[in-house]
Design a protein around this ligand. Structure first.
Ligand SMILES: [Zn+2]
Ligand SMILES: [Zn+2]
Length: 172
């Protein structure tokens, strides 16, 4: 079963395997990063009355620019995923109260249809670290000449001081 959309009304009432696969053209990571191959969701689905349970693993290889030196960095993500979907139109005030009381982690779905590409995209963006580094000791770009300090020794730093700090230097 290869699924791009889940229709909550017709989701299986017995646990079934579910797989969804998206190419790099279908998952837009908003310029922060790009997929280097298909992103795959692999898991299981079942519906109990109005609740649809989806659980599994999202696997994706992502390429982004190193935060310091801007060279491309690849990272493979394996993201465990678990959610409960409820059709928003079936949600009554009373049920909303029940959910608040039981503190269930449920997602309301507008239109009764879950877009798996959106689920996968969101999870990858959430999994992305704030900084993607080519290596922990990446030396970054020289702020003066723009050279990649992992590749060249430009020697700018030793004799030039950012003019905004020059005044402080004179205090010493
Ligand atoms: Zn780097
Ligand atoms: Zn330099």
């Amino acid at each position: 079963m290869l699924t791009m959309f889940i229709d909550l009304a017709t989701a299986p009432t017995h646990q079934k395997p579910l797989k969804a696969e998206f190419s790099e053209h279908e998952i837009d990571l908003a310029g922060e990063a790009r997929l280097t191959g298909p992103a795959v969701f692999s898991g299981e689905i079942f519906r109990d009355d109005t609740r649809t349970y989806l659980g599994g693993m999202i696997t994706a290889e992502v390429e982004a620019d190193c935060t310091r030196c801007l060279e491309p960095v690849k990272r493979t993500f394996e993201i465990p995923f678990r959610d409960v979907f409820v059709d928003a139109s079936l949600e009554t005030d009373q049920r909303e109260t029940e959910i608040a009381e039981s503190d269930l982690d449920e997602s309301l779905v507008i239109g009764g249809r879950v877009d798996m590409a959106e689920v996968v995209r969101e999870q990858i963006l959430l999994a992305m670290p704030e900084q993607m580094l080519c290596s922990e000791d990446c030396r970054g770009l020289c702020p003066i000449c723009g050279g990649n300090r992992n590749l060249i020794d430009c020697n700018c730093e030793d004799d030039e001081v950012d003019p905004r700090w020059a005044a402080l230097k004179n205090l010493n």
